[in-house]
Design a protein around this ligand. Structure first.
Ligand code: NZQ
Ligand code: ZN
Length: 388
């Protein structure tokens, strides 16, 4: 196990009927006027918006709305919101939505105090030195953004979908009410589950040895997600399954699962981000295709880990190490097919001639990965494996 320090300052309020507690939490924090940030309107259809607004009104907390944050959120929206936040002199951000809204809130929070362009944080040209306090009401479990310090934004002019991170943007409080996810479209439940599983893969397959405790936790998260997605596809309002999936997704990327490791691999994510920089592909759907292709390309770097994965997740005990490792990856793809996730780039309607362009985009971040250091040609090879 590697040395580590761990601190996560986000307070989680989890469970049924907890959205109405947001006003109380903001009040305790001392917020007077917040930027209420949300997406394209699902919160108006499922009642979350009304509950949030009533809860703010009860505590006399003023708010200014910015809506229309899109999935794969963009920099221009972040710029627009920073401008409004400054003009309106808000003292905090309340993000109501999924990873896209919360990530935008993080960029706005850090950009609010910065004289230059917030994109500098993503390019590594500057570091946030102060951040507005962030509060979230999570409406889709997937990214873990509700309890971590990272954010991913697309600079649409430059086709760069990049991440930044700072301890200053951990949400202060996140409300996770699994019942608000009853209204999720089927594909978003699938995408969210796959994103959570892939966060675990990124950390689990990173060459660290003797971290049994976190490997067991990782396997537990993977098995839990795999158990509950199929239940939810038949019964979207199954509370226990929503709750198990929700907490699994948070635990997958609140850094606990990364403790004692070498930092994870993250190539599948970086390649997927390049894919969704050009195509409006849902993050989870892109990962369903890219992560297994990455596994096929790199498993020989640490075959014992893929043997363990096959044994612990799919009960595969027969065959040589090579056979077991490959069978485990095939079983994962089979599971993705069974739940209706795309498993090839072709199914995502990616044009084959664009693979080079996507690889070139990802190459801006090369060498990438820890399991195997990938260069541009490796990325292209992975995209070719993923194609059909
Ligand atoms: O826009 P609205 O109307 O809110 O609709 C959203 C959106 O269309 C909808 N939705 C959310 N909650 C709903 C709902 N529809 C009905 N009922 C509900 N309760 O779902 C769609 C997807 O929302 P989005 O926020 O984009 O999903 P997700 O949470 O998967 O976030 C994906 C983004 O996060 C980034 C991804 O790259 C992507 O841009 N990531 C962020 C990470 C982080 N901060 O740690 C790590 C991840 O690996 C990831 O890269
Ligand atoms: Zn992800």
């Amino acid at each position: 196990m590697e040395n580590f320090t761990y601190l996560n300052p986000t307070k989680i309020v989890f469970g049924k009927d907890t959205v109405k507690d947001i006003g109380k939490n903001l009040y305790k924090f001392g917020s007077k006027k917040v930027l209420l940030l949300y997406g394209k309107g699902s919160i108006k259809k499922n009642g979350v918006y009304d509950t949030v607004v009533n809860s703010l009104k009860e505590k006399n907390i003023d708010f200014v709305e910015v809506s229309g944050v899109k999935p794969n959120p963009v920099l221009t929206k972040v710029h627009e919101a920073i401008k409004i936040a400054r003009e309106q002199e808000i003292d905090g951000i309340l993000a109501v939505g999924g990873g896209s809204v919360i990530d935008s809130a993080k960029a706005i929070a850090a950009g609010f105090y910065y004289d230059g362009d917030v994109w500098d944080f993503f390019e590594g040209k500057a570091k946030p030195y102060k951040g507005l306090p962030i509060f979230t009401v999570l409406t889709i479990s997937a990214t873990g953004s509700e309890m971590n310090s990272g954010g991913v934004i697309t600079n649409e002019k430059e086709n760069k979908k990049w991440a930044f991170g700072s301890p200053l943007v951990y949400p202060k409080v996140s409300i996770i009410d699994p019942t608000v996810q009853y209204s999720l479209p089927r594909n978003q439940t699938i995408n969210g589950g796959i994103d959570a599983m892939t966060h675990v893969f990124e950390l689990y397959f990173d060459k660290t040895k003797n971290n049994d405790i976190m490997d067991e936790v990782s396997e537990g998260i993977i098995r839990t997600v795999m158990k509950h997605i199929p239940v939810l596809l038949k019964d979207p309002k199954n509370y226990e399954s929503r709750a198990n999936l929700a907490w699994s997704a948070t635990l997958a990327l609140n850094r606990i699962n990364g403790t004692g490791r070498q930092g994870g691999d993250w190539s599948s994510h970086m390649i997927e981000h390049s894919l969704s920089a050009f195509y409006d592909v849902s993050h989870g759907a892109g990962l369903a295709v890219i992560a297994p292709a990455w596994m096929k390309y790199v498993y020989k770097e640490d075959i014992s880990k893929w043997v363990r994965f096959a044994e612990k997740i799919f009960n595969i005990h027969d065959g040589t190490d090579e056979e077991k490792a490959l069978k485990g990856i095939d079983k994962l793809i089979e599971f993705y097919k069974k739940i209706g996730a795309p498993t090839t780039l072709k199914k995502l309607n990616i044009i084959e001639d664009d693979l080079e362009k996507i690889a070139n985009n990802a190459a801006l971040l090369c060498p990438m990965g820890n399991m195997k250091k990938l260069e541009k040609d490796d990325v292209l090879n992975i995209l070719k494996i993923a194609y059909e």
